[in-house]
Write a protein that binds this ligand. Structure first.
Ligand code: PLP
Length: 387
């Protein structure tokens, strides 16, 4: 019995510790974690980068500083995020949804000068659970029976250039928001052709491009930002999850052409940019942003892909599609509700995955997962499908 608000399907075991790609429960059972706290724990568990950052932070005696108080990590992290993306300015918050709210507020403010407030989002999109973020998400189940949510958002069919051209209204549309790899929607990967259409349209009509990098950013696709798999240049970038690799942090990067027009007081966040979280994120980002690390992500992705394709060939009747970019992968099944069934079987066999939309399980191991651990996970998946 517990007194937790019943909004999650809680596990029937309690976790006590973690190490590398593994979690351990209170009965000593060991789990291989191919969810990584829903694509958060980029460096897995008990990683020296995080541990050392926390120890170093303790030496300062500081737990909190106000938003206006500068410190080394606040500025250093902003500088590397900016340098490695659109050279913009950084606003810190605590979560993905908050970084989305920031992006949305900025886009609406830019548009308000010309009475343009419409934002185009994508079908199957997910951008968070606050009311503003929910308005940008496509899944109706997440936003029914909660009264009015902010409006003027329309949805374009993901990867459908024709639909986007039809839906754009240069007099109304201020921004397009996209996850270049949709996470919650079923691990749907943006095509190069669709990304080009978005880029052309944004440039032609001066529409802002918002890249939601909350799940697929920070090395997850083998590049520091998922949008870097395409020829696009986002005006606003939202980040969270892997950026803190377990410590809550959100960041919104805003191109200078936009950020220069905003004044003090436009936005704020009490805990945003704290010394602990920016220190950790700075060290995590630099650790991941190295060629050998990112090359290893792609090599491990190849092993995962080959293994899953082999399993698919052996189970054509069960697996409909394997979608993968770097270390974010979706396994879609034919039979209704099979994803839930296989998720439970995998859990019983000590492999943690996540269920997402579209009868799909999502695999997002820590980026530090070893090739041996990937093979171990593949074996568990193969044996579970044979049941
Ligand atoms: C693409 C994307 N955007 C936004 C969010 C919301 O992030 P948070 O749960 O930290 O508010 C998520 C969370 O899963 C996400 O995957």
């Amino acid at each position: 019995m517990h007194k937790l608000f019943n909004t999650y399907n809680f596990t029937n075991f309690s976790i006590t510790k973690g190490n590398g790609s593994y979690l351990f429960d209170n009965k000593g059972k060991k789990y291989l974690d191919f969810s990584a706290g829903v694509a958060v724990n980029a460096l897995g568990y008990n990683h020296s980068i995080i541990n050392r950052s926390i120890k170093d932070q303790l030496k300062t005696g500081i737990m909190h500083l106000s938003g206006s108080q500068l410190h080394k990590y606040k500025t250093d992290l902003a500088n590397i995020l900016s340098k490695n993306s659109n050279k913009g300015d950084v606003f810190y918050s605590n979560s993905g949804a908050e970084s989305i709210e920031t992006a949305m507020k900025i886009a609406r403010s830019v548009g308000s000068k010309n009475k343009k407030t419409q934002i185009i989002s994508m079908t199957s999109s997910f951008h968070g659970r606050t009311l503003g973020a929910l308005s940008l998400g496509h899944n109706k189940n997440y936003k029914s029976n909660i009264g009015p949510i902010p409006g003027d958002v329309i949805f374009c069919n993901f990867n459908d250039s024709k639909d986007l051209k039809k839906k754009i209204n240069p007099k109304k549309t201020i921004a397009i928001i996209i996850e270049f790899v949709q996470g919650d929607g079923g691990v749907n990967i943006c095509t190069k052709e669709f990304a080009k259409t978005i880029d052309d349209i944004c440039k032609k009509f001066k529409i802002l491009l918002i890249a939601d990098e909350i799940q697929a950013g920070v090395g997850r696709t083998g590049k520091m930002f998922a949008y870097k798999n395409y020829s696009v240049s986002p005006d606003i970038i939202t980040m969270a999850k892997g950026l803190g690799s377990g410590i809550p942090i959100g960041a919104t990067i805003i191109k200078n052409t936009i950020s220069k027009n905003f004044n003090i007081g436009f936005h704020g966040s009490t805990y945003g940019g704290g010394m602990l979280q920016t220190r950790i994120a700075y060290n995590v980002f630099n650790f991941i942003n190295q060629k050998p690390f990112l090359t290893a992500v792609l090599e491990k992705s190849k092993i995962l892909k080959l293994g899953l394709m082999k399993i698919k060939n052996e189970h054509e009747d069960k697996i409909k599609e394997v979608r993968i970019l770097g270390l974010i992968c979706g396994l879609e099944f034919h039979e209704k509700n099979y994803a839930l069934k296989i998720f439970n079987t995998l859990m019983k066999k000590s492999l943690i995955t996540t269920i997402v939309q579209g009868n799909t399980i999502r695999i997002t191991p820590p980026l530090t997962v070893s090739k041996k651990e990937i093979k171990e996970g593949l074996k568990i998946i193969a044996s579970s499908l044979s049941l």
